[in-house]
Design a protein. Structure first.
Length: 116
């Protein structure tokens, strides 16, 4: 019986956190620009727990007035990197009208194996 009650409490806590994250993210989307939403999407996909905590803190700082301006995608990348979260970004280039990942082109040109 106690396990069922604890399980139900955990479920409620997770639901509240998920709802708060959605509210925070919607609020923050109004303050990001220059690929900011894309950076947040990549961060959430790669580091969901940490990103949720960072988003919550940024929203808190905006609401208290400690952050007054908008936040660019570049600034978000720097912020995440400064706390040890290095977001991988797929970069593509166009060669002969075809988009290919930059990492593939570098591998071909320099014979590098593995991740770049």
């Amino acid at each position: 019986m106690e396990k069922a009650v604890l399980h139900e409490k955990d479920k409620i806590i997770r639901q509240k956190r998920m709802m708060q994250h959605k509210i925070d993210r919607k609020f923050l989307n109004k303050y990001v620009y220059d690929k900011g939403e894309e950076i947040l999407n990549m961060a959430e996909a790669q580091f969901p727990i940490q990103t949720s905590q960072i988003i919550h803190k940024i929203v808190e700082l905006i609401r208290t007035g400690e952050i007054k301006g908008r936040i660019s995608g570049r600034e978000l990348l720097i912020l995440f990197g400064s706390v040890g979260i290095h977001i991988r970004i797929n970069t593509t280039i166009q060669i002969h009208g075809k988009l290919i990942p930059l990492s593939d082109k570098l591998r071909q040109k320099y014979g590098v194996k593995g991740d770049l």
